[in-house]
Ligand binder design. Sequence first.
Ligand SMILES: Nc1ncnc2c1ncn2[C@@H]1O[C@H](COP(=O)(O)OP(=O)(O)OP(=O)(O)O)[C@@H](O)[C@H]1O
Ligand SMILES: [Mg+2]
Length: 299
Amino acid sequence: MLTVDEAFRKFKSRLELNDREQGNASARQNEVRDFIVTKFSVERSFLTGSYKRHTKTKPLKDIDIFFQLGDSERHYRDKAPDVVITAFYDALVEKYGSSAVRKQTRSVNVDFGVVVDSDDNTDYRVLSVDVVPAFADGNDYEIPDRDKGKWIRTNPETHAAKATAAHQAYSSEWKGLVRMVKYWNNHAGSGEKPVKPSFLIEVMALQCLYGGWGGRFDYEIQALFETLADRIQEDWPDPAGLGPPVSDCMDTPQRDRARRLLKDAAAQATVAIDHVRHGRNGEALKTWRQLFGPKFPLS
Ligand SMILES: Nc1ncnc2c1ncn2[C@@H]1O[C@H](COP(=O)(O)OP(=O)(O)OP(=O)(O)O)[C@@H](O)[C@H]1O
Ligand SMILES: [Mg+2]
């Protein structure tokens, strides 16, 4: 029978990006770019966000593509964020149709209509991308935020460097743990995700995973849920020190709910650990599966 450690390793590798998925993401990026460049002057476009940092969970959706616009598009920067988002939306609707395209706070989402099976598999395909219009600002970028009605600053390279440093300081287990908790976040709480945005989990993990990898996935995850619960009500600034606080999209009731659900997850993890202590390996696996969802293996 599979041990809990073996199950976690399998779970971790199931949440890793593989070559076929990267091939599909790159093909989708090229497809969207080849169309967008017929509509806007684009200086550069690139895959970014959690996808680029390897902290995205499965199934792969909402992969961020930044479109750094050229000087002739600068007029958008002087207008409300909604104007450029609407221009991108209108353009993408021409190609993909209005049922596949959605305006979001900082991007336009394009859904490719990929089906997810009951095991969360997608035949290695990406479900959707987030198309983000951006202007270069020195080494940083400015992107539109429709909720705030302002352009916000960001720096994907700084976020990537912090993630890499955290990963190295944690015996190269940090990104795997982040993907696991983000996977939990997609399944827990029936309907609304407990933690919003899921980037907040990564931002908190920069501080909530400390002291080095202890060697056991079950202990690490239990402690991580506990610490996330204890600190979810704090304010979490952009780790690059440029954008608005990453924690600013949950109000007090949402933070209370996130804390409760994270506490429940920590308690369930304790139950699973206790099963192993009493020799009930099968029960432990079932408890972890129930906590995380279908990609956690039972065999
Ligand atoms: N408040 C913020 N300030 C500055 N940059 C931000 C902020 N929020 C997000 N970003 C940057 O924009 C990127 C895309 O944001 P998004 O919400 O898609 O997060 P993500 O890390 O890609 O997570 P997910 O796996 O949920 O897609 C982030 O990876 C981060 O680099
Ligand atoms: Mg993203």
